[in-house]
Design a protein around this ligand. Structure first.
Ligand code: HEM
Ligand SMILES: *[C@@H]1O[C@H](CO)[C@@H](O)[C@H](O)[C@H]1NC(C)=O
Ligand SMILES: *[C@@H]1O[C@H](CO)[C@@H](O)[C@H](O)[C@H]1NC(C)=O
Length: 414
């Protein structure tokens, strides 16, 4: 009997600490480190406290601990205070929502996804991804925007299956013609680089689709956004999407509300998801060519006069050639360009957004309700963004025997 207790203690402690690494919020100590560039003592103390807590939890509630593997990680609770070093272990949850999430999760686990998918095959994967992203974000926080944008484009075309990496490869020759090269090449490099590290740590195990999903999740958190527990186990597609599929599935900034609603609905995302996910435009940049189409020949009524003047000053002062505009960029969120917060919704209300598709969120009463809700309450936004983003991260995933784990993200294995 003692042996049994001892064994279960060891097993659960191990499982818990893996679980913590993979899906628990890496805690503010971690963020402090990124943001303040140092403060290792704080980080150490926090790691220690989290460790003690995990062990205590394993010891006191062994069965709860095991159960938490399947039910935990679903978003709940409030955003953590800055600087706090508390954990979100075992936060109270409503029994119904816990049941629902457990049921949903059981289904997804059956489909071959799990919060601890790489626990035996590549336990370090989650840490490696997080450490690499921490490095890139500390060099340039705006890389978070590039990754989010890339992930959005992956998921909306053929599902979150890493096909975007092949697309780049497949259409690279027509690339110049197809659009303004709006996805950052640095984002592709980041994923390729992480893939290379993972191929060394555990060859042929971690898919490009999962790397992009987890890297984006980590990046959002590091620039101030919510922490989002996310399933892994995505496989990579064998084929790239056609150019037609890409065009049909990626919303255009000129679209009105009904068109946006339609595209999102085709991905299983509702109006609330559309509004919450549009909040992704709280970081990142757009090209002046897109801004210019809202400014000349006549200024769009989407944009306030004073903001329009600012946009013109930045985007139209250069020589008027299209080519110069396609190189110039401007922040999507003029208030807090590199912080993931709810400023986007304030911008929408103040008519300080560049895309018609963002301004159009006020054209529908249902959508406008959420714009105001999120503008007034960042916690509401984060709560909803978590759910919507996790939904997006599971669109059309390939699991189990579907697809493959690519050796190199840019081409299929055979
Ligand atoms: C609702 C429909 C959407 C439209 C019409 C749209 C359109 C655009 C456009 C036109 C750009 C600028 C591209 C460029 O100038 O190079 C952009 C950038 C961006 N979008 Fe969206 N987007 C939409 C939804 C989303 C969603 C759902 C997310 C993620 C949650 C997202 C995240 C971003 C980010 C982070 C950037 C900045 C990229 C960077 O700085 O590299 N967008 N979007
Ligand atoms: C316009 O730019 C000025 C100077 O950068 C800034 O102070 C002001 O807040 C901006 N106004 C709007 C509406 O963006
Ligand atoms: C640039 O375009 C604006 C608006 O179309 C026009 O008023 C201005 O004269 C142009 N500037 C140059 C240098 O062509």
């Amino acid at each position: 009997m003692w042996l049994g207790i001892f064994t279960s203690f060891i097993v659960e402690t191990t499982v818990i600490s893996y679980h913590r690494q993979m899906n628990m919020q890496p805690k503010k100590c971690f963020v402090t480190k990124v943001r303040r560039n140092g403060n290792n003592l704080n980080a150490l103390v926090c790691v220690f406290l989290v460790g003690v807590f995990a062990r205590l939890l394993a010891f006191t509630f062994p069965y709860y601990a095991l159960a938490s593997i399947s039910s935990d990680s679903l978003p709940e609770g409030k955003p953590l205070r800055q600087g706090a070093c508390a954990t979100v272990h075992g936060s109270s949850r409503l029994s119904t929502s816990a049941e629902n999430s457990r049921r949903q999760e059981a289904e997804r686990v059956k489909e071959g996804m799990s919060y601890v998918y790489y626990i035996t095959s590549c336990p370090r994967a989650y840490d490696i991804i997080r450490e690499r992203i921490q490095f890139y974000i500390s060099q340039d926080p705006s890389q978070a925007a590039g990754l989010i944008h890339l992930f959005f484009h992956d998921c909306f075309v053929q599902g979150c299956d890493g096909s975007i990496f092949l697309e780049m490869w497949a259409v690279s020759e027509q690339n110049a013609a197809s659009n303004l090269n709006s996805l950052r090449s640095s984002s592709f490099h980041i994923i390729d680089n992480i893939k290379a590290s993972l191929e060394i740590a555990c060859p042929r195990v971690v898919s490009c689709a999962d790397i992009l999903a987890l890297a984006t999740r980590d990046a959002i958190f590091m620039v101030g956004g919510p922490w989002m527990p996310m399933l892994s186990g995505r496989k990579d597609s064998l084929t790239a999407a056609s150019k037609e599929t890409i065009i049909a599935n990626i919303p255009s900034p000129a679209m009105g509300f009904m068109e946006l609603k339609h595209i999102f609905a085709s991905k299983g995302l509702n109006v609330e998801d559309l509004v919450a996910l549009s909040g992704g435009h709280t970081i990142g940049q757009t090209h002046c060519s897109i801004a210019a189409s809202q400014l000349v020949p006549i200024m769009s009524s989407d944009i306030s006069v004073s903001y329009g003047a600012n946009l013109s000053r930045i985007c139209l002062t250069q020589e008027n050639s299209t080519s110069s505009r396609s190189h110039l960029t401007i922040h999507l969120d003029g208030l807090t360009p590199n912080t993931f917060d709810n400023a986007f919704f304030k911008n929408v209300i103040m008519k300080q957004v560049i895309f018609h598709s963002d301004a159009a969120l006020l054209d529908d009463d249902g959508a406008a309700f959420y714009v105001h809700l999120f503008a007034n309450n960042e916690a509401e936004f984060f709560q909803r963004f978590r759910l919507s983003f996790v939904k997006m991260s599971e669109i059309g995933v390939l699991t189990g025997n579907e697809g493959e784990v690519r050796l190199s993200c840019t081409m299929p294995n055979t």
